[in-house]
Design a protein around this ligand. Sequence first.
Ligand code: ZN
Length: 397
Amino acid sequence: MSATERYLQGSELTILEGGTVIPCTEPDLLFSDAAIAVEGGRITAVGHRPDVLARVAAAGARRVDLQGGFVIPGLWDSHIHLGAYVPPHEQAFSHETPGHHMIRCVRKMQDNLRCGITSLRSLGEDNDADLLLRDAVEAGEIEGPRIFAAGDIMWSRTAAGADDFRRHVRRAIARGVDQIKLLSSGGIPWRSDTIGHTLHSYEEIAAAAQEAHRWAKPLAVHAMGDETIIAAAKAGADTIEHGFVATEKGIAAMAAAGTMYCPNLTVTIAWDPALLAAKGYPEWFTANAAEAAARHHEMFREAVRLAIPILAGVDDLPEGDGPVGIEMHDGQIGLIAELKLIRAGGMTPGQALLTATKNAALAARSQGSSAPSSRASMPTSSSWPATRWTTLTGLPT
Ligand SMILES: [Zn+2]
């Protein structure tokens, strides 16, 4: 922990000044000559320096000079699986113990924090590992980002009937999840003739949505194609994950229902069909990847055009020697690659930043931006993050 981080956690009033703050509360808002007041680990004021100094009892406060740097709220990865492994690693890990799985989860969680990713929307984890880690981080037993956990979600592949969905959602809520996640369609690593197969009926998704919302928990739905997306959007899903084979109809359904969209754009670049074929992946897997990549980014541009709220989420990428640590793509942190692709889809830098800050906080129904009373978690960057993402791209040594 750096000296500045220790100040931020202490009870003493600390004022950070001499830099630019991008609060990520609305697109392209920034405060040059900014100040941030932090007390007891919470931001009590943020804005133009004279305004902040007028609002807090600054005499005697500890001062930290930002040296002309830029400050943004801690970033979110809105679609993560801490212990995930992807082909070809499933053989090596098929007999993994829960203990070893937890070690990989801890490593990935802490790698994210070290890279400035201070909140994770965990959308499904074996052994409820994300629930355990969330609680351990909150209790101060282990260092890590804030985790919004869906826990074990595999029940949603085999549950059948609206009552069964209600029962499973109630069980998940009783176990302490922060959100409900349904696997409502096929996917790239699932053997089938199309990744768009719908697994759940409208009634089943609606039952899950009702039960989740009864407890004010959001419902996230893994949905690849129009049929699943339209059912989930109408049934009250809060977010659609992936939408790899959506068409204009699926995108329009999200816009009409006000559903947020987490597209995982890096996935359909990283799982490159030609690369997979060269590496000896089975033909069905390569075909799924090609189907996913065909129109995904074009339809994302349509979602941006319709002003659907977007979430930056990485999911699982194939880079690296094994399933340990933070996801990487093309030598960059996965979330940075994702933000670049989101920008390429038609967003301004300021709008793109909101997909990894404000929008994510809204999707988790929490306050995650640097608005007053947020928890203080702010990566600093020495230059405008939209043009110099590289300041966030390396694992600190
Ligand atoms: Zn996922």
